[in-house]
Ligand binder design. Structure first.
Ligand code: ACO
Length: 329
């Protein structure tokens, strides 16, 4: 439900992203595991992915993306009073990678912390930043999704190592007075979900408390697939219902880039046209929390997403976690 009262909206002021230089093609992977370009393209839609260089950390990727988002917004880093960084591949177990980015930007006021919701991380981080902006804790926030998933892949497991990549994306959110209607720019509604009964369907088999090792990503791919389309469609519809907006008013669908077949399935179920769906999984692979802001940046920079367009973000990931954010650009 929208309210007739004037209200604070979290408006996107700028966006930026960063991909590591090194590109690894499907043919490159076929040299190290028993796979083929044809299998990977057919089952996932992925053609290539970017992989971080030795010594290039999640915070480095995040910092590049953050600087580009700040430049795009045309604001100085000192105006930022909140950094929420979504990652499952932090530089260290603690402190939060967000604090490293904060220091690198020369900011020592406000707050910076990480959010961990795997592939749904950016949607969770946007919703968290929006809530903190709405309650007056922050005026301008950097929301970042950054991952070096290459560090938690078992490069001997063909069922998982071909699907993921590294990268980062960031937006600057600013508090603006709205009217409380769907004509406002900024975040109009969001919905977060999780169901821990599916913990072991997509997880890392190591951890601080359990094994004192980092571990490798393990996934029951077909099981994840089965839940993905259903969960994504239902959370998108719930989010639209919160905003009281018909799906016909949505201009752009920017889904988490896990698998082209999941994107197509969700779009079809939601009756969105293929032209409305932003797809980057072919070039980036699944970059987990970075995938939504990376895809958003591509569609903004190539001129598809314009000011005042209605944009729907969604993601699903390990946990399971899933969620959607509806915003007017
Ligand atoms: N190359 C060649 N063959 C392979 C490869 C590979 N890289 N990986 C698996 N295979 C084989 C399997 O061993 C199996 O062989 P078998 O029939 O002889 O046993 C066969 O291919 C089929 O395997 P499936 O796992 O059933 O293949 P499926 O069509 O389900 O595709 C995939 C697998 C791509 C992982 C799919 O299930 C998927 O995308 N699931 C969603 C997972 C996902 O996207 N997770 C990301 C995070 S969660 C999220 O964001 C939604």
């Amino acid at each position: 439900m929208t309210t007739p009262n004037s209200t604070i909206r979290s408006v996107v002021l700028g966006i930026g992203s960063y991909l590591p230089e090194k590109i690894v093609t499907n043919d490159d992977l076929a040299k190290i595991v028993d796979t083929s370009d044809e299998w990977i393209r057919e089952r996932s839609g992925i053609h290539q992915r970017h992989i971080a260089a030795d010594g290039e950390l999640t915070s480095d990727l995040a910092l590049h993306a953050a600087k580009r988002a700040l430049a795009d917004a045309g604001i100085d880093a000192q105006e930022i009073d909140l950094i929420v960084l979504a990652t499952s591949t932090p530089d260290n177990t603690f402190p939060a990678t967000a604090t490293k980015v904060q220091a690198a930007l020369g900011i020592n006021h406000g707050a910076a912390f990480d959010v961990q919701a795997v592939c749904s991380g950016f949607v969770f981080a946007m919703t968290t930043a929006d809530a903190l902006i709405k309650c007056g804790q922050a005026q301008k926030a950097l929301v970042i999704g950054a991952e070096t998933f290459s560090r938690i892949l078992d490069w001997k497991d063909r069922a998982t190592c071909v699907l993921f990549g590294d990268g980062a994306g960031a937006v600057v959110l600013g508090a603006e007075q709205g009217q409380g209607t769907n004509d406002d720019r900024g975040i109009l509604a969001s919905k977060l979900r999780s169901d821990g009964r599916h913990y072991d369907k997509l997880f890392v088999d190591g951890g601080v408390s359990s094994t004192q090792t980092v571990g490798y990503l393990r996934m029951q791919g077909p099981e994840v697939f089965k839940h993905a389309v259903k969960n994504i469609s239902s959370v998108v519809l719930e989010t639209l219902e919160i905003a009281d907006m018909p799906i016909s008013q949505v201009n752009w669908f920017v889904p988490h880039q896990a698998n082209k077949r999941i994107l197509d399935g969700a779009a079809k179920k939601l009756k969105l046209t293929p032209e409305q769906v932003v797809v980057t999984v072919d070039k980036h692979g699944n970059t987990s929390a970075a995938s939504v802001p990376l895809a958003l940046d591509v569609a903004v920079k190539d001129g598809r997403i314009k000011k005042d367009d209605v944009v729907l973000l969604e993601a699903m990931g390990g946990g399971f976690t899933w969620g959607a954010v509806l915003l007017r650009w």
